[in-house]
Write a new protein. Structure first.
Length: 242
């Protein structure tokens, strides 16, 4: 009996034993089914064993490690390991270029701290406030503007150099402010003060509520930086990242 006939007989016997019309009294069909299934299982097991032996033989031919007589050893010639993945020159070049772009961008963003002229849009000359009269700058008399303060106008805002006393020592530090001028001539905002050899610096972001003259000169979202020059009487204005 060939394999096709055996499979057909097994299918028919399974229908007679387990199908909807199965006869519980058909013991001959159940016995024949067990016989054929056992024979099929034995044939498959022998085939698997032969395949396993063949795999072992091939493994020995190519030098696969074995444990026949003690510690792990390798029979046959050693195989050369596969070379590692190659890094394509094009990918290396792209990676190097990305590092260069990042370095240039970082240098531009911090250029205003380096004391050079990159990104400079103006150099302002600071001057003392006008002599107060009955109509303007009354705050000079009341102390709202500290003595020694200097000012400069810049596209509708005011830049001021003001002394700010240190909270601990009480010694005045030189600081810069930038923003719209108040009615009394003073300038609000957070001061950027000199520290050691680092000069006074401050920054301002152009927003929709800034004076129209400033928004006409610089797009909304532009960051302007202000740095006091070494003479203490001029301020360099830069765009951040310029």
């Amino acid at each position: 009996m060939d394999d096709d006939d055996r499979r057909a007989e097994v299918a028919e016997l399974r229908r007679r034993v387990f199908g909807p019309d199965a006869d519980p009294a058909d013991a001959a069909a159940r016995e024949r089914l067990r016989e054929l299934e056992a024979r099929s299982a034995g044939t498959a097991g022998a085939s698997d064993a032969d395949d396993a032996r063949a795999d072992d033989d091939r493994a020995e031919d190519v030098g696969t490690p074995t444990r026949r007589d003690g510690p792990l050893r390798r029979d046959g010639p050693l195989r050369r390991d596969r070379p590692g993945p190659r890094i394509r020159p094009r990918l290396v070049a792209a990676w190097a270029a990305s590092l260069l772009v990042a370095a240039v961008a970082g240098a531009g963003a911090t250029a205003w701290w380096l004391g050079d002229g990159r990104g400079t849009v103006a150099v302002l000359a600071l001057e003392p406030p006008p002599t107060p009269d009955n109509a303007t700058y009354l705050s000079v008399d009341t102390g709202a503007i500290a003595p020694g303060s200097l000012f400069a106008a810049f596209h509708g805002i005011s830049v001021a150099r003001v002394p700010v006393p240190d909270a601990v020592t009480g010694i005045d530090a030189t600081c810069l402010l930038a923003g719209p001028a108040e009615q009394d001539g003073s300038v609000g905002g957070l001061p950027g003060c000199a520290t050691g050899a680092v000069p006074a610096r401050t920054a301002l972001v152009v927003t929709a509520d800034q004076p129209q003259e400033l928004r006409d000169a610089f797009p909304v979202g532009t960051t302007l930086t202000f740095e006091l020059e070494g003479d203490g009487e001029t301020v360099r204005v830069r765009t951040a990242g310029g």
